[in-house]
Design a protein around this ligand. Structure first.
Ligand SMILES: CC(C)(COP(=O)(O)OP(=O)(O)OC[C@H]1O[C@@H](n2cnc3c(N)ncnc32)[C@H](O)[C@@H]1OP(=O)(O)O)[C@@H](O)C(=O)NCCC(=O)NCCS
Length: 148
């Protein structure tokens, strides 16, 4: 795609990024998008990528490396640009970045009702693993900022 480019997130992208996540149903009441972005800018900000088509944010991915595993969150492709290869493209860019810092494996979490994301990830080389996903919330974001 001629006018498509991928670069690290910049603060001026915030509105467009959050609007894209909303269009892609990635915003959930228990997370604050603004806080998620703020925190990401403290850790591996260079792995928070946006893809721009004609200067509009149409793709995002938030990658990170914890010294053991690479993680991918907030993969989103604007609905009007889906199925054109942009998801595969930004995944290959974040995979290269993670590999370049020595990351041996990427893990990611998908909401159990998001079967189309599972299908996508399988097409780009990921497998469902025999693991139980667990979590423990340390900070209640809903008490910190109004929902966006
Ligand atoms: C999942 C998502 C990122 C895929 O992005 P995309 O740009 O449409 O995917 P691509 O066009 O790069 O497709 C790559 C491959 O996956 C396949 N694929 C993409 N979406 C698919 C779907 N919904 N079902 C089955 N296969 C799919 C494509 O056919 C393609 O296969 P091929 O290259 O082997 O022919 C996009 O649909 C999206 O943003 N969804 C909403 C947000 C979301 O669920 N994010 C993931 C959170 S865990």
């Amino acid at each position: 795609m001629k006018n498509f480019k991928i670069r690290p997130y910049k603060p001026e992208d915030e509105k467009e990024v959050i609007a894209l996540w909303r269009r892609c149903n990635l915003i959930v009441p228990w997370n604050s998008s603004k806080l998620d972005i703020e925190r990401k800018l403290q850790v591996n900000p260079e792995m928070f990528l946006v893809g721009l088509l004609d200067s509009k944010v149409v793709v995002t991915v938030m990658g990170g490396y914890d010294g053991h595993r690479g993680w991918v969150n907030y993969l989103a492709v604007s609905p009007n640009c889906q199925q054109t290869g942009l998801g595969r493209k930004i995944m290959s860019v974040i995979e290269d970045k993670l590999k370049a810092v020595g990351c041996p494996k990427i893990n990611l979490q998908i909401r159990s009702n998001n079967t189309s994301a599972v299908d996508f990830y399988e097409r780009v080389g990921y497998s469902v693993e025999d693991l139980v996903d667990m979590g423990k919330r340390l900070v209640d974001d809903t008490e910190l900022v109004p929902k966006v």
